[in-house]
Write a protein that binds this ligand. Structure first.
Ligand code: ZN
Length: 174
């Protein structure tokens, strides 16, 4: 496979980026190093992926992503009150704690504890950035073709990418 010269589906893209929400820097490659991701596989939010399509190494873009193309609109109904006994042992019962629960089908669902009562806690299943308008400053610093395995998995395997087996699809064998 020829080395890619511009961003398209199935290209591994390396970016320096800063994510700002309401003027506050929430995430930056200045802290964690550049991010490498496989383009066209929903590894980054849709609005940013769209804005990067067709860009080349050295390009710098400034992108505003509305919630619908980011982490979704905030859904008032994606909350639940559950008995404190249902919270896994060892999870601190305090506001802001992020936990992973299983739904009735055994699917993992991330939630944030947003209220702690004497018998129940309130869980918010919205993404922490749901409803937020995201501002990205991005510089494209590298492009390469994916390995066969990366393309098969739909994500990169380089160090620096947060590859957690437990978050992988069922067909993964890491
Ligand atoms: Zn994988």
């Amino acid at each position: 496979m020829a080395e890619p010269t511009q961003i398209a589906d199935d290209v591994v893209v390396k970016i320096e980026y800063t994510l700002t929400v309401e003027g506050e820097i929430l995430d930056s490659s200045a802290d964690e190093g550049p991010l490498e991701y496989l383009h066209g596989h929903e590894n980054i939010v849709a609005g940013l992926e769209l804005a990067l399509t067709g860009k080349k190494v050295g390009d710098k873009i400034s992108v505003t992503v509305e919630p619908a193309a980011g982490y979704g609109e905030y859904d008032d109904e994606s909350v639940a009150f559950v008995d404190r006994m249902e919270i896994p042992v060892g999870v601190p019962l305090e506001e802001g704690t992020e936990i992973v629960m299983e739904d009735d089908d055994g699917e993992a669902m991330s939630a944030t504890i947003t209220w702690v009562g004497p018998d129940e806690v309130k869980l918010d299943f919205n993404h922490p950035l749901a409803g937020e308008t995201l501002h990205f400053e991005v510089e494209i610093v590298g492009l390469r073709a994916p390995t066969v395995e990366e393309l098969d998995h739909g994500h990169v395997h380089d160090e620096g990418y947060h590859h957690h087996d437990e978050e992988d699809d069922d067909n993964h064998h890491h």
